[in-house]
Every structure is written in C-alpha cells, then in structure tokens.
Write a protein that binds this ligand. Sequence first.
Ligand code: BEZ
Length: 227
Amino acid sequence: MPGQIPLIGEKFPEMEVVTTHGKFKLPDRFKGKWFVLYSHPADFTPVCTTEFVAFAKRYEDFKKLNTELIGLSVDSTWSHIKWAEWIKDKFNVEIPFPIIADPMGKVAGKLGLLHAASATHTVRAVFIVDPKGIIRAILYYPAELGRNISEILRMVKGFQVVDKYGVALPANWPNNEIIGERAIVPPASTVNEAKERLKNYECFDWWLCHKEVPQEEVEAVKKLLKG
Ligand code: BEZ
C-alpha cells in the first residue's frame, strides 16, 4: 500500500537524494529558488532521450527564471552518467543539471511516481516547486508522449507573475481567446468587493474582471514560448 503522496500546495517532502552531482537534501538544496523536478521511465529510451536534450537546451531559460532542473529515474548514477555521455557524443548536448539515481524506488515511492501496482519504472512527472519549497504544480504524462518544455517554462513564469501581481492567468496566457495577454483579478468574496470590482476594473461581470500585466512580463513569456 503506497503512503500518502504529495499534493499541490503542500511542502515538498524532505529527503536526501543521490544524484550525478552528489548527495543533497531536497527541498533545502534549492531554498530561495524555484525548481522543476522531472522523472522519466528509464535511461537509454527514445522519448526520454529527446526530453533530456530538450530540457538541457532550455536550461539557460530556466536559470534566467531563478529555476533549477533536476531529473529522476530508477536507474543508477552509472547509468545516468553513461547515458549523459552518450547524449553528448551523439548530439553534442551536455546535461548540466543533476539526475537523481533511485534504483530502489524510494524517492519514486515518496513522490507517488510508480503508478501501476506492478510498476518498476517511474511515470513521466513534473513537480514545480517554489522558493519556499511549496509544490505549485504536478503534471503526469504517459510513456509514449514527450513533454513540451516551453509549457513548463510558461508555467514557471506564470507562477512568478501570479505571485508578484496577485493575479490569476487565463487559458493559453499570454494568448488568451477572450482577454489576450491581460490577467484575471481574483474573484470578489464580499458584496462590497464585488461592487468595487466593477468600478475599478474592466469586467464581463464582477467575477470575471481583468487588468493589464506589465509589458515586460508579457514580452518575457512570449519569448519563452518562441523557444
Ligand atoms: C521512451 O522514452 O521512449 C519510453 C520509455 C519507457 C517506455 C516506453 C518508451
């Protein structure tokens, strides 16, 4: 019976991990930074290889967002190192971030990454964790579909805009079908607030009001989406 798995809004579980960059503690290692922990089913598999190349190529974009990357699978450090060498030889791409080696599945078990009762491989998952160590998003993908790295960057940038300006962001932001690149004002929770919303913002109704986001934030996220 698996233990309780972490959920959005909870602190990332404290643990020591063994990685290709040595042992360290999570989430403390990245205190004050965002981090994206992503798991893959196995080293030396085709989709996972394309994902590692894709994450590595966008590493500088993550760093510009004060965000670190960390990979994870149930393979050993030796396997991770050899696979990274192979990727460098074939595609001339360095993997500049640590990869957790979890051959006993201890980390995978704590994070809920072994999905079928009989599973011995980690599912493709993404945890986006904020500078306070709080899990802000968890995504799961199947083995046969590689991740879209621009979307993960959009999410990190989106969370940073949400936190800085106290807003929510619409579908497909910054290219939303109704309000374009604007942000949603969180819904009112009192009668007075509802009236104020209609006076102070552009609204379709008091529960759907929107406002401008500084242009530099919009330009920054559009640049990330272009790759
Ligand atoms: C892949 O990365 O291609 C893969 C990994 C596990 C199962 C199937 C495919």
